[in-house]
Write a protein that binds this ligand. Structure first.
Ligand code: PNW
Length: 496
């Protein structure tokens, strides 16, 4: 059924603007959808431990069952197919494949079989798998053995062995690999703020251990080094026969000066982009080193690359993997000349929803930090393209909708998710416009396929184009109208 008439809409001129082989679909992450947290030999991850620690998840929920995708993937693939996608991005649970995680530890064949079956099911449906090796769930055994990423000497070989196992077992069929999902959010939420696993922070009222002033920077560095090793491993040992691509996905929202005419606010906005994005993107896609603004604020608390490491890291991604959601107005927090506290990890910023002349960053969602800001997305695509000049794969983008969690389907109009449709209409439209302006964009993955377990927010934040009834035994799925919208929009945008 065709519901949206794009030929007689402002989007008419965007018809056929995306390349014929453009990948589009939805992204998910293992801990958020799979469930089956302790079955068929899976070892616990740091997120399983967090979920089972009282007070860590706002609705006191766990991801023990989540969407039960582990049980229902043979129904989910056809559902996704009915949404018109040609690609699906999902992550592997490390501790499902190697329950204890380490390079000498045994492999769990049942875990391998689950992903192997999922990959086969996707390929049979003509859906191209994009596989993320790491979407935040460290095997708990590695956390207990040596504090995982805080000990790069021990961690890097363990991650490399896990990656090698995945390339060896799935690489005959998987041609699109992502090493890490959002190393920046992982490092900051888990080791600075502390709300995410492994719950480390200097905030002693909430967390027992951690040092916000140093640990996020070590954890970021460890991810870069292990990512780069895995990239070169793939290129040397697998790419010659498997012919796939491999890269890293970075999180990054747009930052705009609070007062556009203030040089100090302009500098603050640039610094925001550097702390959030260039932290990883400059080493991988640019200069090979951390941005000067970070070195200036953090000094020796920010690890240094040796010459050999720089060489290893620089150029270690076939594409720019982009997760992006929103935009902010920013200016300096601590005035110039005064010391920035060592716990500051965002580049000394104050954030605003409305700028100095009263312009809002966009319509509110159900998620405090997230507003509909397609204008910022357009600027971000331009900034990333101008600075790095590598093909962009949009690997996550999406929104919650206000009040969506309170009413339940099939009654009511919760499935008519107008806010989400407007979000996708605007953001996907910006992708098409950017392509028309010469920016090389090759994929778009909406976040996300199913309402799911939104980490420390539990089941309260619904990002899906599919409503999930978490009360029901089968986690019943109900397509929202945004799924139909995207199907028709991409049909219009992709060249035939
Ligand atoms: C991403 N921010 O995390 C993750 O990759 C997903 O697993 C997650 O469910 C999704 O976005 C929605 O939250 C982010 O504050 C968390 O800008 C926070 C931010 C961005 C991305």
């Amino acid at each position: 059924m065709v519901e949206f008439d794009f030929d007689n809409a402002p989007e008419a001129g965007l018809k056929g603007s995306l390349r014929k082989d453009f990948f589009w679909g939805y992204a998910t992450a293992a801990p958020q959808i799979e469930g089956a947290w302790n079955v068929d030999g899976k070892g616990p991850s740091t997120w399983d431990v967090l979920a089972h620690t009282p007070g860590r998840v706002i609705d006191a929920s766990t991801a023990d069952d989540a969407c039960r995708s582990y049980d229902f993937f043979r129904e989910d693939v056809p559902l996704m197919k009915s949404y018109g996608v040609n690609a699906y991005r999902f992550s592997l649970s490390w501790s499902r494949i190697i329950p204890l995680g380490g390079k000498e530890d045994p492999v769990n064949e049942a875990g391998i079989k689950f992903y192997s079956d999922l990959i086969d099911e996707l390929l049979e449906a003509n859906i191209t798998p994009f596989v993320t090796l790491f979407h935040w769930d460290v095997p708990q055994a590695l956390e207990e053995r040596y504090k995982s990423m805080l000990d790069p000497e021990q961690y890097v070989p363990d991650f490399v062995r896990y990656a090698r196992m995945c390339f060896g077992r799935f690489g005959d069929r998987v041609k699109h690999w992502i090493t890490y999902n959002e190393p920046g959010v992982y490092a900051l939420a888990g080791y600075a703020g502390g709300a995410h696993a492994p719950n480390r922070s200097s905030d002693r009222e909430k967390y027992e251990e951690g040092d916000t002033s140093t640990e996020p920077w070590i954890v970021g560095h460890t991810q870069l080094l292990s990512h780069a090793q895995v990239y070169h491993l793939y290129k040397a040992d697998f790419a010659p026969t498997q012919h796939g691509t491999i890269g890293i996905t970075l999180s990054g929202n747009w930052s705009e000066p609070y007062d556009a005419s203030s040089p100090a606010d302009q500098r603050a906005a640039t610094r925001a982009l550097e702390f959030e994005i260039a932290w990883f993107a400059d080493p991988v896609h640019g200069t090979g080193d951390y941005p000067d603004a970070m070195r200036a604020q953090l000094g020796t608390r920010l690890p240094a690359f040796t010459a050999a490491e720089k060489k290893l890291v620089r150029g270690s991604s076939d594409f720019y993997g982009m997760n992006t959601y929103t935009a902010f107005f920013v200016r300096d927090k601590v005035p110039p000349g005064q010391p920035v506290p060592p716990e500051d990890h965002k580049g000394n910023l104050a954030w605003f929803d409305v700028n100095s002349v009263g312009v809002s960053r966009g319509a509110e969602s159900d998620t405090e930090w997230l507003r509909t800001s397609p204008w910022g997305f357009a600027k971000l695509l331009r900034w990333v393209w101008d600075r790095y000049r590598v093909p962009i794969y949009v690997t996550e983008n999406g929104t919650t909708a206000r009040g969506e969690h309170v009413s339940a389907p099939p009654g009511g109009d919760v499935l008519n998710d107008v806010h989400r449709i407007e979000f996708f209409r605007a953001y996907v439209g910006e992708v098409a416009k950017a392509v028309q302006q010469g920016i090389d964009i090759r994929s778009y993955f909406g976040w996300t396929f199913l309402d799911n377990w939104e980490w420390a927010k539990g089941y309260t934040d619904r990002f899906g184009v599919t409503w999930v009834d978490f009360e029901s035994e089968d986690k019943t799925r109900y397509p929202k109208r945004s799924a139909a919208f995207n199907r028709e929009f991409f049909e219009h945008l992709i060249a035939h």
